[in-house]
Design a protein around this ligand. Structure first.
Ligand SMILES: *[C@@H]1O[C@H](CO)[C@@H](O)[C@H](O)[C@H]1NC(C)=O
Ligand SMILES: *[C@@H]1O[C@H](CO)[C@@H](O)[C@H](O)[C@H]1NC(C)=O
Ligand SMILES: *[C@@H]1O[C@H](CO)[C@@H](O)[C@H](O)[C@H]1NC(C)=O
Ligand SMILES: *[C@@H]1O[C@H](CO)[C@@H](O)[C@H](O)[C@H]1NC(C)=O
Ligand SMILES: *[C@@H]1O[C@H](CO)[C@@H](O)[C@H](O)[C@H]1NC(C)=O
Ligand SMILES: *[C@@H]1O[C@H](CO)[C@@H](O)[C@H](O)[C@H]1NC(C)=O
Length: 667
């Protein structure tokens, strides 16, 4: 039955003039004068959730509500909820119930565990004694939708590994609906869960669950789910999942290509000249700042990254160091280090030479030559810088000499200067080899070369002397003629000196204009740092003249004595054998070949075997040719003396210029 704008159920005996219902300010509809309801025009609820629809009404002030006033909600034409005054709802276990105090004009309605069938238009009616009025001004329209609302997890924030945290899951639906079941799902360990129900002053309820746990770094990015299940005849579930953001301090690993991933030993050996890349992999949340240091120096750094690498190119020994990768974020820091050892092939060996008494011998050059006095002990030492230590050995002419040094210690070789030659010290390790050579050259004082004699020849009106001197280092040759010195190259009217140096033998020729009657004394002197050799090639010595005179006198006296003896004998024999006297008248006969003096040469070979002498045979005597040979020798001893009197006439004093003499002068 409709009376104007008012809706009446069965009886409608409001004794008032019906007034047209007018739309008036939104959802409030003016009805019969004095009657008014205020509530939501449309309400939406998700299945399984609840909704609370606030509602107030007033009646004409011609009436006063009693405590028996009864509020009734209709949906379509059926009563869905009713209540008398402030008493409990008529259907307290129902899903739809009137919550307000009707006597005070509160017509609020709640719908729990909403079902699709709850959708529709709801109308309120008040009955109190003779007052019976149905409000049509506002009729809430309830829409039921699918359950899409999710639980809410809070707070949304970063978790810190090792620090306990509590998260709260709040179930959807903020009213005193049926209590849902709230569960948590995830991989976190040993969480504590607590369910909480908060009652709002408006009668609504909030269902929550707190979960308390201590996140670990492994929980980073793992899912945590809050699941809310509404149990009704058809349970429905809604859930929310969050990915945990667990912050933690960095950890890191250093890796080097070709080496065990975790570099247990922390020491890596690389070869000089190679290249190597060291990676530092960092795991931190938030991403860490990373730094590579070489010793105390920062080589490279980067902000907020997961890796940083450092590359060593063409590695040299200066790259050998401790390299440290450090990483830090606001939660902490970490670092690891690796020792880079650089190995290298042997450097060129260093050779030191010591002479007699351990005196170091200086030399220059990379493959030096060292001069050592003849017969001296020589010590060669070799060291070579390398890693790992090189094995060292000495080689001469392809032959290993002496022991080897496998562990790179200084290697010494003892020898004598007479073992001259090229000595090479070889150094080897697994990365390569190197060597250095040294040449040992023996030095000695001047000496006469083997098989060659120095001598003077008389030629017409010249005297030509050749002086041969062997030495190392080269000797300077000086001539002395009658005590006057001449250098090795000299020319004047009477003397010409030409000197040629051939290898180790100096050949100096002196040509002297011969003035008959001159007493010629000619000496050749060769000298170097080791000593000198003085060769007397020609000497007109007065001492020798005296010797000759004395020998002549002795011989003369002997002859006279012989004559006297002969005369005495002849007189004695004449008395007995006169015939014999005739034989004697021929006089004493002197052989042409009467050598007055001849000796056998004495040749001393010195330790170096350079001594020599020319043997003089009596047969060589006889008429002296114009070219007279002289003999020479040298050494520390007088070797021999030859005095040739072959031209000496019997009982005659030999001519001075025809006497030849040679000797070895002593130093
Ligand atoms: C539950 O968590 C909320 C917010 O995280 C907190 O305020 C409340 O005290 C917690 N309740 C319990 C019982 O732990
Ligand atoms: C370091 O190496 C270990 C063992 O291989 C591995 O478990 C860890 O994840 C690595 N850390 C980083 C930051 O790479
Ligand atoms: C490697 O370094 C050495 C010495 O530092 C240098 O002599 C050589 O040229 C370098 N090689 C390359 C390929 O750069
Ligand atoms: C990382 O480096 C940046 C730039 O220097 C700096 O601002 C930041 O504070 C650093 N982070 C930490 C955790 O030290
Ligand atoms: C690293 O952490 C230690 C303590 O954990 C602290 O003493 C040190 O100063 C930190 N170093 C850096 C560079 O932050
Ligand atoms: C010395 O080293 C050079 C260059 O490696 C090599 O050619 C030579 O044969 C070596 N000599 C010796 C004696 O080892």
């Amino acid at each position: 039955m409709w009376f104007g704008g008012c809706w009446c159920y069965r009886e409608c005996w409001v004794p008032l003039i019906f007034i047209l219902c007018l739309l008036w300010k939104g959802n409030i509809c003016e009805t019969v004068e004095g009657f008014h309801i205020e509530t939501s025009r449309t309400v939406t609820v998700q299945t399984s959730l609840c909704v609370h629809i606030p509602c107030t009404f007033i009646i004409s002030n011609s009436y006063t509500l009693t405590q028996n006033a009864k509020g009734i909600w209709y949906k379509d034409d059926s009563v869905v909820a009713s209540k008398v005054g402030f008493l409990v709802p008529d259907n307290p276990r129902g899903r739809v119930f009137l919550t307000g105090d009707v006597q005070k004009g509160d017509c609020s309605l709640s719908i729990n565990d909403a079902k699709w069938s709850d959708a529709g238009t709801y109308r309120f009616r008040i009955e109190d004694g003779i007052l019976r009025f149905g409000y049509i001004g506002t009729k809430p329209y309830v829409t039921v939708t699918a359950l899409t609302e999710k639980p809410d997890i809070s707070p949304i924030k970063s978790l810190i590994a090792g620090e306990e945290v509590a998260l709260t899951c709040t179930a959807p639906g903020r009213c005193a609906g049926t209590r849902p079941t709230i569960t948590w799902e995830g991989s976190i360990n040993t969480p504590a869960v607590e369910d909480i129900v908060l009652d709002n002053p408006d009668g609504n309820r909030i269902y929550m669950s707190n979960i308390t746990f201590t996140p670990a770094r492994k929980d980073h990015t793992s899912l945590l789910t809050c699941k809310v299940t509404y149990s009704s005849d058809r349970p429905r579930t809604t859930s929310t999942a969050i990915s945990l953001n667990v912050e933690y301090p960095p950890s890191l690993n250093i890796t080097i290509a070709g080496y065990n991933r975790s570099i247990e030993s922390r020491a890596v050996t690389v070869k000089e000249g190679d290249s190597q890349t060291m990676h530092c992999a960092v795991n931190g949340n938030p991403q860490a700042n990373i730094t590579w240091m070489k010793g105390d120096t920062i080589v490279t750094s980067i902000v907020s990254r997961e890796r940083l690498q450092i590359e060593l190119k063409n590695i040299s020994i200066s790259d050998a160091a401790t390299y440290r990768c450090s990483a830090w974020n606001q939660h902490g820091n970490t670092s690891r280090a690796v020792d880079i050892r650089v190995e290298y092939p042997p450097r060129r060996p260093e050779i030191s030479v010591h002479g007699p008494n351990g005196v170091p011998l200086q030399y220059v050059g990379t493959d030096p030559i060292v001069h050592v006095p003849e017969g001296s002990p020589v010590s060669l030492s070799c060291v070579a810088d390398s890693d790992p230590p090189a094995s060292l050995q000495w080689v001469k002419s392809g032959q290993i000499v002496g022991p080897a040094s496998p562990m790179g210690q200084k290697l010494q070789l003892n020898l004598y200067a007479s073992d001259e030659g090229i000595y090479t010290c070889q150094a080897n390790n697994k990365h390569g080899h190197s060597n250095r050579s040294i040449t040992i050259i023996m030095t000695y004082k001047p000496k006469a070369p083997e098989r060659y004699n120095s001598s003077c020849l008389r030629k017409a009106n010249l005297i030509e002397c050749v002086c041969l001197i062997q030495s190392f280092p080269t000797a300077s040759i000086e001539w002395k003629v009658n005590g006057k010195s001449y250098l090795s190259n000299y020319t004047d009217g009477n003397i010409s000196i030409v000197t040629v140096q051939l290898e180790r033998v100096g050949n100096s020729t002196l040509t002297l204009r011969r003035n008959d009657g001159d007493q010629q004394s000619i000496q050749c002197i060769g000298s170097n740092a080791n000593g000198f050799l003085n060769l007397q090639l020609l000497e007109a010595s007065k001492e020798n003249q005296h010797w000759a005179i004395m020998i002549g006198v002795i011989c003369g006296v002997a002859l006279i004595l012989l004559l006297i003896l002969a005369i005495v004998l002849m007189k004695h024999i004449q008395k007995k054998k006169p015939l014999l006297m005739d034989e004697h008248t021929g006089g004493p006969t002197v052989n042409d070949s009467d050598a007055i003096y001849s000796n056998t040469e004495i040749t001393h070979r010195t330790s170096n075997g350079a001594g020599m002498a020319r043997e003089t045979q009596p047969d060589d005597l006889g008429p002296i040719p114009e070219e007279a040979s002289t003999y020479m020798n040298y050494g520390e001893e007088l070797h021999y003396v030859t005095i040739d009197f072959s031209r000496l006439k019997p009982r005659a004093v030999p001519a001075e210029e025809e006497m030849e003499y040679s000797e070895v002068k002593l130093k």
